[in-house]
Each structure stands twice: as structure tokens, then as C-alpha cells.
Design a protein around this ligand. Structure first.
Ligand code: HEC
Length: 176
């Protein structure tokens, strides 16, 4: 660090930039506490309990979810679901544009009669219910998955899916 700073200052002097190098204040904190100071060049990762930067633009409470938990929980789904537009379906339907999408409407996917009989459009809240217990949410559906037990993991995987599936907040979101 010291060498780098000296080199930078030397370069600065050679290039005759700015004011006198001795008074550059930015170098002080790093020299005073080189071990504990966070490296200024690394992107700040969210500390536990702090909102993940990846979810910062999502509506509450999804902006408080953990990206790491979302990514981890999604691994439970990805053997059956793709999220990229036009990527097709696996064992389960493609989830692109899921939020606001009519249930059982992924093109070309052969849904169960139970899911086809439903008429709702997917919201984050409904997805939370579905994932809490896929078997009871729509009895007779064919998603053979036991669910995501922890509420914080559901919150996280829903936030993750919002980012992955191109979630756009409704223009005039009615208060629910
Ligand atoms: C073993 C495969 C499998 C796993 C694992 C799985 N799913 Fe599914 N999923 C399916 C199938 C099959 C369907 C269609 C069910 C039907 O037609 O009744 C489905 C349907 C869905 C639907 C409804 C889509 C629509 O178009 O209405 C959503 C949303 C969904 N899954 C999300 C998830 C999420 C999120 C996870 C992980 C937490 C997950 N699934 C894990 C197989 C799976």
C-alpha cells in the first residue's frame, strides 16, 4: 500500500498535477489503519442484515432479502425451470416474465389440469404461498417439489426470481 501510494505521488509530482503532495489527505487513513480499513477499490458487499445491492431496486420487503440466500435457494428450482426469455421449458415451465403472468401460460408447456383450471396472475405474494407448500396451494398440480420451508429463503428466492425474470413494478400499484 505504501509503495503504491508513493508511486502514485511520484507520478503525480512528475505529471505536476494538483497541489503539494505532502498535504494529500486521502493517504492518511490508510496509513493509520492499514489492516482494518476496507479496501476502497473493492465493491462493497452487503453485510448480514443489510439489504443486498442486487435487490436494492425491488419493492419492499424484497429489497431486504439476501442475494446469497436467493441464489442458493434457486438451485433447488433450476433443474426444472429456466428463466431466460425464449429458453423453453424443462420438467417445469419457463418462468420468464412470471410476475403479472397468467398462471399456467408458458407457451408450449403441458400443465396439469389442476393448474390450467386456475385463473389468477402470479404475484410475489401468491408465489410465496405456492412455494411454502406447493402441494396444497393448488391441489392436484404436478410440481413434485416439497417447498421452501424458511420464510426468509422464500423472500430471497422470490427477489432473485424478480431480478431473473424481468420483474417490472406495476405502474399504478394498487395498495393491497
Ligand atoms: C422437480 C421439478 C421442479 C422443481 C424442483 C420445481 N418446480 Fe416449479 N414446476 C414444476 C412443474 C412440473 C410445474 C407445472 C405444474 C403443473 O402443471 O401442475 C411447475 C410450476 C411452477 C410454477 C407455475 C408456473 C406457471 O406458469 O404458472 C412456478 C411459479 C414454479 N413452478 C416455481 C418454482 C420455484 C420457484 C421452484 C424452486 C423453489 C420450483 N418451481 C421447483 C417442476 C418443478
Amino acid at each position: 500500500m505504501r509503495i503504491l501510494i508513493s508511486a502514485a505521488l511520484a507520478l503525480c509530482l512528475i505529471a505536476a498535477c494538483g497541489g503539494p503532495a505532502e498535504t494529500t489527505p486521502a493517504a492518511e487513513p490508510n496509513q493509520a489503519a492499514p489492516v482494518t480499513a476496507a479496501p476502497a477499490t473493492t465493491a462493497r458487499a452487503a453485510a448480514p442484515g443489510e439489504p443486498s445491492l442486487e435487490f436494492a431496486s425491488l419493492p419492499a420487503p424484497y429489497n431486504t432479502a439476501s442475494y446469497a440466500a436467493g441464489n442458493r435457494t434457486w438451485k433447488l428450482c433450476q433443474s426444472c425451470h429456466l428463466t431466460a426469455e425464449g429458453a423453453g421449458s424443462l420438467v417445469g415451465p419457463n418462468l420468464h416474465g412470471l410476475f403479472g403472468r397468467q398462471v399456467a401460460s408458458a407457451p408450449g408447456f403441458d400443465y396439469s389440469p389442476a393448474l390450467k383450471a386456475e385463473t389468477f396472475a402470479w404475484t410475489p405474494d401468491l408465489l410465496d404461498e405456492w412455494l411454502a407448500n406447493p402441494r396444497t396451494f393448488v391441489p392436484g398440480n404436478r410440481m413434485s417439489f416439497s417447498g421452501v420451508r424458511k420464510p426468509e429463503d422464500r423472500l430471497a428466492v422470490i427477489a432473485y426470481l424478480m431480478v431473473q425474470t424481468g420483474y417490472a413494478a406495476p405502474e399504478d400499484a394498487p395498495a393491497e
